[in-house]
Design a protein around this ligand. Structure first.
Ligand code: NOJ
Length: 581
């Protein structure tokens, strides 16, 4: 082996062993059923991921975050887990999983597994046992069962709504056939909530975290990290009273009966002890849709260590908004000792290349689910985007070119920021949201439970196009489980690989440079006198400058390292980011 190769390997193994590897990592989210299908059944699988490890390596990411891959009836895209310590047979086996971990690690890529602790699926053996057991039994106590109100218990225990629409309570039939108790489900009725006051539930999750950590999983993404802890003491408050108390900013004091209660951090303190038994310690990132003043608790080093910040994802493409969000989050991260997180797209929201091509005000365009998680939201945000999606866009109001141009500028800006960048499969191809999915093809419970109000999240979950031709554009040998539109092929990996200026090559260049240039987590703003320009320096003397405005501006002095669009006679054009040194 040459000296250069040995040096590269040793720095790679140092990076893999570094306990701080996560602080400025580029993390690529894989939604497994839509990534790559190795056996032609139309569903992406674990072997499909393993086969694409060279692609992931060529992208220059540090870690993969794998959305749920556990046995599941797919009532909510895998976030309804039947068995936390197994692989969905539709996706492969535990052996396939081990092979995937080995291949990722050999390529210098870490693996973050999605953990879903707020609820299981209604097919989980514990829930089946609860249904078969009498009221008041130990089996029922692992979930949240209550008697109904009304003369015969025919009314739900409270008037709360679930996130996917409809009541938060579902009535069961008792083993003797009589109408019975009600169980709580914040999400779909196939997702009963666990009772986190039950020690068996706590123990079982510790076992699960250990199971995957022992198998080489490097970190965890915690689904609905702000759920779990609940205060359901009677009388249960009315929905209207909760809404009135929340005001415009949501709950800020931890007194909501099931969102963001302080007790949830006791669970994470216990998990942290377990994570720290490993070398390097296992990492965790919280999915917590909480008031910004309460996010830091989730990111504390004594807790999960990092929390998603969805502020940029919810903002329009505007310089002052971006600047405030970046400043606030860097400050908050500094105060807790965590590093910040940045994200524009994931499996729950309309892809950012589409959002930025819609009229402003569509930052959360239409998906609605996350807006609904905020008990204060009466309407999904982004009404125009909703209309566009419900009408089966793309309609005139979507400017695909502008959307992609801004998405490229935003992503390049994100890669220049201190902290971790989370990207979602397909954004490196500049993929647009798919609106043209027919009703009978849709899968998302948000669509079915809330028909006509929310279009659901299928549009960002359509299987990736790998090649420009073929049954499912190289995704697999059979038709994809969600249909790919005809225009998908122009975004295919094959159409962009090695093509200068393609979005794929922009991501590769940016991620390679980011790895070479990243040093301390410092950022120094440069005053430009132009409110449309965001310009900052990073340690080591490199700089990022973004033009959010409509006209080209002069570039600062320096050598251009990469730009999200072609420069115009040495100037930085509208909706463009450039890095310089
Ligand atoms: C958040 C996940 O990202 C989303 O996809 C899921 O529907 C809910 N949590 C419920 O698990």
């Amino acid at each position: 082996m040459s000296t250069t190769a040995t040096m590269a390997n040793s720095s790679e193994s140092e990076r893999m062993a570094d306990p701080n590897w996560w602080r400025q990592a580029a993390v690529y989210q894989i939604y497994p059923r839509s990534f790559s299908d190795s056996n032609g059944d139309g569903i992406g699988d674990i072997k499909g991921i393993t086969a694409k490890v060279p692609y992931l390596k060529s992208l220059g990411i540090d870690a993969v975050w794998l959305s749920p891959f556990y046995p599941s009836a797919l009532a909510d895209g895998g976030y309804d887990v039947d068995d936390y310590r197994n692989v969905d047979p539709k996706l492969g086996t535990l052996e396939d999983f081990d092979e995937m971990v080995a291949a990722l690690h050999a390529a210098g890529i870490k693996l973050i597994a999605d953990i879903v602790p707020n609820h299981s699926s209604d097919r989980h053996e514990w829930f089946r046992e609860a249904l078969a057991s009498p009221k008041g039994s130990a089996a029922r106590d692992r979930y949240i069962f209550r008697d109904g109100k009304g003369e015969n218990g025919e009314l739900p225990p409270s008037d709360w709504d679930s996130v996917f629409g409809g009541p938060v309570w579902e009535r069961i039939t008792e083993p003797d056939g009589a109408p019975g108790q009600w169980y709580m489900h914040i999400f779909a009725k196939e997702q009963p909530d666990f009772n986190w006051d039950n020690p068996e539930v706590r123990q079982d999750f510790l076992k699960t975290l250990r199971f995957w950590s022992d198998r080489g999983v490097d970190g965890f993404r915690i689904d609905v990290a702000h759920g779990m802890a609940k205060d359901l003491s009677e009388p249960l408050p009315l929905k209207a009273d909760l809404e009135a108390k929340a005001g415009a900013d949501g709950f800020i004091d931890g007194s909501h009966p099931f969102w963001d209660r302080d007790e949830v951090h006791e669970v994470y303190a216990e998990w942290r002890k377990l994570f720290n038994e490993y070398n390097p310690p296992r990492t965790a990132v919280a999915e917590a849709w909480v008031h910004e003043t309460r996010r830091a608790r989730y990111a504390s080093p004594e807790g999960l260590g990092q929390a998603f910040n969805f502020d940029l994802l919810q903002a329009d493409f505007e310089a002052p908004k971006f600047k405030k969000i970046i400043m606030d989050n860097l400050l908050a991260a500094k105060e807790t000792g965590a590093s910040s997180t940045w994200v524009f797209s994931n499996h729950d929201v309309v892809r950012h290349a589409t959002r930025y091509g819609l009229p402003k005000g569509n930052a959360t365009a239409a998906q609605g689910t996350n807006a609904a998680q905020d008990v204060t939201a009466t309407e999904p945000k982004g009404q125009d985007g909703k209309a566009w999606l419900l009408a089966g866009g793309p309609a005139e109001e979507l400017d695909v070119e502008l959307g992609l141009r801004r998405a490229r500028a935003a992503s390049l800006l994100m890669f220049a920021l201190p902290g971790s960048a989370y990207l979602y499969q397909g954004e490196e191809l500049g993929l647009q949201e798919v609106a043209e999915i027919r009703e009978f093809e849709r899968q998302d419970p948000a669509f079915f439970r809330n028909k006509g109000v929310e279009i659901g999240r299928d549009g960002c979950r359509v299987p990736l196009p790998w090649s420009v031709e073929g049954t499912s554009l190289g995704f697999g040998d059979g038709p994809a489980h969600l249909p790919q539109p005809h225009w998908f092929s122009k975004y295919a990996v094959e159409a962009q690989d090695g093509i200068e200026g393609s979005t794929l090559e922009l991501y590769r260049t940016a991620l390679r440079l980011r790895r070479e240039l990243q040093a301390d987590e410092e950022l120094e703003w440069v005053e430009t006198g132009n409110p449309e320009i965001l310009h900052f320096r990073r340690p080591g003397g490199w700089q990022s400058v973004t033009n959010f405005g409509d006209t080209a501006v002069d570039l600062p002095a320096g050598t251009v390292l990469v730009s999200s669009a072609i420069l115009e006679e040495g100037k930085l054009p509208a909706n463009t980011t450039a890095w310089l040194r």
